[in-house]
Design a binder for this molecule. Structure first.
Ligand code: PHE
Length: 447
């Protein structure tokens, strides 16, 4: 008989969930969102979104998972049998599949850049990094191979199981990530001229704020905390019955925010110190930063560290994305873990190919001006995740009942006690805010 696993310790769970949360979202996406949305002003709105929406939502998902010890589809089915709420879980499983397909393409770019840094390809003049990146992603074959390597790594860890695969890897990778980040930050803030970058992160420019800033902040909060798609339900389903949840959730949020802010401090001071612009968009990581590294002493070493950081962060998130879909096949269809991971690893690899080809063979594809990868990113982060979060809040708020959820959440003397404040956020604030912001954002995109 298949025995469903649990995390072997509370710290193991926190590291795995933090590993899920901390990813490309913190190191690739967060800095360029800050750059495009007026620096500290965005940071401010983002922090409010994390506290008022992110925290109650992550707690909610972990509670649903632990209560049922099931994957997202099974979890909704078991709390609301015979009702169509399991579709929210199914939407999550679908999102996990879709996100991982393009996430792994970007993870592959990062792996490729580790390699390129080490073999010295990045030793070119600062103005040539545009071309270098363009050449890399417009090659129809090479990025797909790196995407395949990234998926193979992810698949092999998830196949080894919750404790021996995921928990064991994050216990090594997360401390490593932290050490690298501290080194990079120390280097950046001690560069001459770093002050301007620090000011950019600390002094808000509210004139840059538009209605889409709010959608960006909320969609970033969902993405960075791995919310709205059943990831924290799945990871929560492996929490032991004797562990508490609200405090663990707070640690996960704290670590995630810390890493995002540290990444900002590792990136902007260096960008400003060397005279680059902060609002370079998604290319910030792969164009501006290598150029920055090419100009500082020991740049190759720091460049290597940076892409190692990005890869580690991406991998530990990819584990959780794959685990959502794997858990669904194991719980609902009694597949073996090995069969589920290998089959899905291959399918997700194939599904990711169009995202990569969007820059070469499929470059004529355009949806509202977006390429394939950006379209997947938009569909998942601006639509599916906030919508999933909205429905999950309504589910707990009005179907399962916040009283029942609180009973599960307050087990084992948590440091933070859930109460009417949590009910209020789940029942009223979160649904209202997400609804308004999604409408405004969709309006903004299509107008
Ligand atoms: N949280 C991850 C990041 O910031 C991305 C992610 C989203 C992972 C959803 C799992 C689920 O990169």
């Amino acid at each position: 008989m298949y025995q469903r696993e649990n995390w072997a310790s509370r710290v193991g769970f926190i590291l795995a969930a933090a590993g899920s949360a901390i990813g490309l979202g913190n190191i690739w996406r967060f800095p360029y969102m800050v750059g495009e949305n007026g620096g500290a002003a965005f940071l401010f709105i983002y922090l409010i979104a994390i506290i008022l929406i992110g925290y109650p939502t992550i707690v909610n998902e972990m509670i649903i998972g632990r209560k049922t010890h099931l994957n997202p589809v099974g979890a909704f089915k078991s709390i609301a049998p015979g009702a169509p709420w399991w579709l929210v879980g199914a939407m999550g499983v679908f999102s996990g599949f879709l996100i991982l397909s393009y996430y792994s393409v970007v993870g592959g770019w990062s792996l490729a850049y580790i390699y390129k840094t080490v073999i010295g390809v990045l030793n070119v003049g600062a103005s040539e990094f545009d071309t270098l990146f363009a050449n890399h992603i417009t090659n129809p074959i090479e990025p797909i191979i790196w995407h395949g390597i990234f998926m193979a790594l992810t698949t092999s860890i998830v196949a080894a199981g919750i404790v021996k695969g995921i928990q064991r890897s994050v216990q090594v990778l997360m401390p490593l990530l932290f050490i690298i980040l501290v080194l990079l930050m120390a280097r950046a803030v001690t560069l001459q001229g770093a002050g301007e970058g620090l000011a950019f992160l600390l002094k808000p420019d509210f004139s840059e704020i538009t209605s889409s800033t709010f959608l960006d902040a909320i969609s970033q909060a969902f993405f960075t905390l791995s919310l709205g798609m059943g990831c924290m339900i799945t990871y929560g389903s492996y929490i032991r019955d004797k562990d508490e949840i609200p405090g663990s959730a707070a640690s996960v949020i704290g670590l995630d925010t810390l890493v995002a802010v540290m990444a900002g401090f590792a990136i902007f001071p260096a960008v400003f110190a060397l005279g680059f612009t902060p609002n370079a968009g998604p290319g910030l990581t792969f164009i501006t930063l290598p150029a920055v590294f090419s100009k500082i002493p020991l740049g190759i070493f720091f460049g290597f560290l940076f892409f190692a950081l990005l890869t580690v962060a991406a991998l530990t998130s990819a584990f959780s994305l794959l685990e959502v879909v794997v858990a669904w096949l194991i719980d609902e269809y009694k597949w073996s873990r090995t069969k589920a991971t290998i089959t899905l690893g291959i399918l997700i690899f194939l599904a990711g190919i169009p995202s990569s080809l969007g820059y070469s063979t499929l470059s004529s594809f355009s949806f509202l001006g977006m390429d394939v990868l950006d379209t997947y990113d938009w569909l998942t982060n601006s639509i599916l995740l906030p919508f999933g979060g909205l429905l999950t809040a309504i589910f707990t708020g009005y179907i399962w009942g916040t009283k029942n959820a609180i009973k599960e959440g307050n087990k084992n003397n948590p440091k933070i006690l859930l109460g009417s404040w949590w009910s209020f956020l789940i029942r009223y604030v979160i649904p209202a805010v997400i609804f308004i912001i999604m409408l405004a954002g969709i309006w903004d995109t299509f107008k």
